[in-house]
Design a protein around this ligand. Structure first.
Ligand SMILES: Nc1ncnc2c1ncn2[C@@H]1O[C@H](COP(=O)(O)OP(=O)(O)OP(=O)(O)O)[C@@H](O)[C@H]1O
Length: 273
């Protein structure tokens, strides 16, 4: 699925939270949305998954205006995995995943054999089938995220939105979740805080600051000390990692500016999409 966000703005009262956002996610890409706290990442994602209604602009999936299709159809096409949040009611793991089938069914329709097969297959894919009968609230943070990804798989969504999916997870589970997401090969847009994880897994990055998209491009073009200093106001050293071949960022705390960092090739930054 190709996703386009063109000129999308959203305000609360007189405060513009996101301003004239332009971004594209191409079929099969994993695009990382990065930016400081409060830069508008979650607000943008909520506009895309229709929890919020943009003031202006257009969001389209495969060329079709998202606001011209029903919420039910949107729910078939777009799945959301957000950071681990407490759930109001406890459910069995298999029932959480079965919720992914809801947009495909009428409210009175019982679960079909096909629904059960898809739920089982999704749990198998995330390595949680043996936990199908457990209650969701007893799972660890990483296990919960895997179940939420299984729900997205059962939903058979063509576009996956992830809002800080690895928040609160230890490093092993952060990598496990990102490996899983990457391996799905579903068109995905993920708000991420960890820049090294973004560098390792994302095909392209979209950088936000103060409600605006500042620049987009492949990680190796975006993740350069000068840009990182402008966006995050921290000094960094960035090298190409000898094993992964991806940019590897070391943050340099307590440094007052850029003067102690040997400027590498900072000139060829990313481009606006
Ligand atoms: N309903 C609201 N009313 C007023 N301001 C809001 C509202 N929702 C969000 N904001 C403000 O909009 C800005 C963007 O918030 P948002 O949550 O989108 O940022 P973010 O980039 O996702 O941040 P973080 O990285 O901290 O999760 C913040 O300054 C936030 O306080």
């Amino acid at each position: 699925m190709n996703v386009s966000v063109e000129g999308v703005s959203y305000s609360v009262q007189d405060k513009r939270l996101i301003d004239s956002i332009l971004l594209h996610v191409r079929k099969g890409e994993l695009v990382g949305l990065i930016g400081p706290n409060g830069s508008g990442k979650s607000t943008l994602l909520k506009n895309i998954y229709r929890v919020l209604q943009p003031d202006s602009g257009r969001i389209s999936i495969d060329g079709q205006n998202l606001h011209s299709i029903s919420h039910r159809e949107t729910a078939r096409q777009i799945a959301v995995v957000s950071q681990e949040a407490p759930v109001a009611f406890d459910f069995f793991v298999k029932d959480m995943v079965m919720m992914g089938r809801n947009p495909h069914k009428k409210w009175y329709q019982p679960d079909s054999g096909e629904d059960l097969r898809l739920v089982e297959q999704a749990l198998e894919r995330v390595g949680m089938l043996q936990d199908a009968g457990r209650s969701f609230s007893t799972l660890s943070g990483g296990e919960k995220q895997r179940v939420l990804i299984a729900r997205a798989l059962a939903q058979q969504a063509k576009f996956l939105i992830l809002d800080e999916p690895t928040n609160h997870l230890d490093i092993k589970h952060q990598l496990q979740i990102m490996d899983l997401v990457k391996g799905l090969n579903i068109t995905s847009l993920a708000a991420l805080h960890d820049l090294n994880i973004a560098a390792c897994y994302c095909d392209r990055l979209v950088v936000m600051k103060d409600g605006k998209v500042i620049v987009t491009g492949p990680p190796e073009e975006i993740l350069k000390p000068e840009l990182l200093f402008t966006i995050f106001e921290v000094a960094t050293e960035v090298v190409r990692h000898p094993i992964t071949g991806k940019p590897s960022i070391t943050f340099l705390p307590e440094m007052s500016g850029m003067e102690n960092i040997s400027p590498k090739d900072w000139t060829s930054g990313g481009s606006h999409d």
